[in-house]
Design a binder for this molecule. Structure first.
Ligand code: MN
Length: 308
């Protein structure tokens, strides 16, 4: 069968935006009050345009990330639309510099825009392009580092909106305060609400084991990033000592980080972030890795990428 040549990439159009958050998000490591986003359009010579969005956490990283994507244009201009091929080429190109940090986010932004273009080129959605179908998936509502009353109030709102799970930022000065927040959420949201908690890496491994001994009685669905994200040995010790499942993954750079964490038994569940794990290409590799090891996976930040 004769193959029609795929269109060639003409340009990457990059814009930055700062979207104010309706409800500023408190975390144990600071307050997030706006979404700094980099929007990338991959423009092809047949008129196809693929879009992506990445989140830089701080406005200070907005321009550098956008500049990186713009500077990478010369490396991919003229490429035929084939995201996996382009990913391989760029991976080789960046062996010396590395693909972590903003470089990794910039490469993911390009990868996601290319996959979006491929789906559009085939007049379909990404999920259908990948062989799946749109369907409802379980979702949870987020609760910030909002104290006992604040957390309970937000949990009640999520319950009213029909959510069956919530995830709360904790890491208060004492474990008793963590427990007070969890119990306030449970009584506000009802006994059937799944409750997850996130320490955002704020404990040492020993502190985490001590706190988990107390939290193990609170029937939590998971405890997220109790210690530094790349301390796999520390997480493994915590996971061994705790009954409650440990959840990690949002800070893994690429599927090889995920493989190292899995090899270390650092986490009972995994939650890669599409813009840190290597875009859609990296996401697919990571999902395959989790599937092979029989580990339950959820996604971080980007519900658009979720497949159940
Ligand atoms: Mn988290």
């Amino acid at each position: 069968m004769a193959q029609v040549p795929m269109p060639a990439l003409q340009a990457l159009r990059v814009r930055t935006v700062r979207v104010p958050m309706q409800h500023p998000h408190q975390t144990a490591s600071g307050i997030v009050s706006e979404s700094p986003l980099v929007l990338t359009d991959a423009v092809f010579d047949d008129g196809t345009v693929g879009h992506s969005v990445v989140f830089t956490y701080t406005p200070a990283a907005l321009k550098p990330t956008a500049d990186l994507i713009r500077n990478f244009e010369g490396l991919v201009k003229g490429d035929r639309l084939a995201p996996a091929e382009t990913e391989q080429k760029l991976a080789r190109r960046f062996r010396l510099l590395g693909t972590q940090g903003l470089v990794g986010i910039a490469l993911s932004a390009i990868d996601m825009a290319l996959w979006d273009a491929l789906a559009r080129r085939h007049a379909t959605s990404l999920i259908r392009l990948l062989g799946g179908v749109e369907k409802p998936i379980p979702a949870y509502g987020a609760i910030g580092y909002d104290g006992v009353e604040g957390s309970a109030r937000v949990a009640e709102d999520w319950a009213k909106r029909g959510f069956t799970g919530v995830k709360a930022k904790i890491g208060y000065p004492t474990v008793q305060e963590d427990v007070a927040v969890i119990r306030a959420i449970r009584s506000a949201a009802g006994g059937s609400m799944s409750i997850m908690v996130d320490y955002n890496q704020c404990l040492t491994p020993v502190e985490a084991v001590q706190r988990l001994r107390v939290l193990d009685d609170e029937d939590l669905t998971w405890v997220e990033e109790p210690t530094l994200a790349h301390d796999y040995a520390g997480h493994a010790m915590i996971a061994r000592e705790a009954k409650t499942p440990i959840q990690c993954g949002e800070n893994w750079w690429g599927s090889l980080d995920m493989q190292h964490a899995i090899d270390a038994q650092a986490s009972d569940y995994v939650m890669p972030d599409v813009m840190k794990i290597g875009g859609v290409t990296g996401w697919l590799r990571s999902a395959a890795l989790a599937q092979t090891r029989g580990i339950r996976l959820s996604n971080h930040l980007w519900p658009e990428t979720a497949r159940s």
